[in-house]
Design a protein around this ligand. Structure first.
Ligand SMILES: Nc1ncnc2c1ncn2[C@@H]1O[C@H](COP(=O)(O)OP(=O)(O)OP(=O)(O)O)[C@@H](O)[C@H]1O
Length: 302
């Protein structure tokens, strides 16, 4: 069995009487991309700071490839990209990456390759003060990737980026995971992480209330799947009469069912032959799953 890159057992962190992280346990394996989601104040940043060794929890343990957080060995294996990455504006991208490479004890000759990886080769000789937010964030990722870390912690990494920059950013994250690094990414952008991560960790009031793949969480929540059947011409009445479900207009009928009933419903729809023009299957979104496990609407917060 491969060793977990990150292993957290029964972690509790308090600030005075406030319990920010409450008995949290999970582990992340090499190559896994895990999303950490939760309302404001759920404990995500406290958890990330504990993994980095910036905070000392009252109870429980954290191991980064067998090493204590904040130890030299753990620091060499962990990369961190905060939400709002800030660099010395007067320095160029090359100068910044060279500086951080030396700080990490890595050879600065990897800098051009890192800049190329994040699409900043041409901008590398320009001062960072002239960079857009997306370019600064990509430089931040390049800095985090110095020395090929085994664990990459990303705190709201795409906030403020435009859709194309987000897309590019997630392609880089995919590459990092494909190389075998474990990625833990905290985000409020649920529709985004839904497609871009392998596992979802949901925190609420300091507790980990869900930890699994989205498909398994959907099954556990038993949220209904929506089948929207579009009939040929004005066949909705006949389709509704033969399949059940709810007629939503003169051509379409909606059926809600459990995951394990889906194939039977699709077979029944298919048996209607030319009466049916199309069928659309909508699975519960991460928003729906989030609401189920936290009782909170992701768009509204706590
Ligand atoms: N240094 C601190 N001193 C006192 N309380 C703190 C401190 N840091 C965090 N907290 C409290 O701990 C709880 C968890 O905060 P945390 O920042 O970890 O949440 P979060 O999930 O990252 O929230 P957000 O999504 O808003 O960033 C909150 O109630 C917060 O007020």
């Amino acid at each position: 069995m491969t060793e977990s890159v990150l292993s957290i057992k029964n972690l509790t962190k308090r600030f005075g009487r406030q319990t920010a992280v409450d008995g949290v346990s999970f582990h992340i394996e090499p190559g896994e991309r895990a999303a950490l989601i939760g309302h404001n104040g759920a404990g995500k940043t406290t958890l990330i700071k504990s993994i980095l060794g910036f905070l000392t929890p009252e109870e429980g343990s954290i191991s980064v490839l067998g090493n204590a957080p904040g130890s030299n060995a753990a620091r060499r294996s962990v990369a961190y990209l905060p939400e709002a990455v800030a660099f010395q504006k007067a320095l160029t991208g090359v100068e910044i990456l060279t500086f951080f490479s030396r700080l990490k004890g890595e050879d600065p000759k990897t800098v051009p390759g890192l800049l190329e990886k994040v699409g900043l080769s041409e901008a590398g000789r320009r001062r960072v003060g002239t960079y857009s937010k997306g370019m600064r964030q990509r430089l931040g990722l390049a800095q985090a990737l110095i020395g090929e870390p085994s664990l990459v912690l990303l705190d709201e990494p795409t906030s403020g980026l435009d859709p194309v920059s987000r897309q590019d950013f997630y392609m880089l994250v995919e590459e990092v995971a494909a190389r075998g690094a474990a990625v833990l990414l905290s985000s409020h952008a649920l529709s985004e992480v839904e497609a871009k991560t392998d596992r979802v960790l949901i925190m609420a009031h300091g507790k980990l209330v869900a930890d699994d793949t989205l498909a398994s969480l959907r099954r556990a929540a038993r949220l209904p799947i929506r089948l929207r059947v579009q009939g040929a011409d004005v066949a909705a009445d006949e389709i509704a009469a033969r399949l059940g479900g709810m007629r939503v207009n003169c051509r379409s009928v909606e059926i809600f069912c459990d995951a394990d009933e889906k194939l039977a419903h699709l077979a029944a729809i298919s048996a209607l032959g030319s009466l049916v023009e199309d069928v659309e299957v909508t699975l519960p979104s991460l928003d729906d799953v989030y609401r189920h496990f936290t009782g909170v609407d992701a768009k509204k917060g706590s």
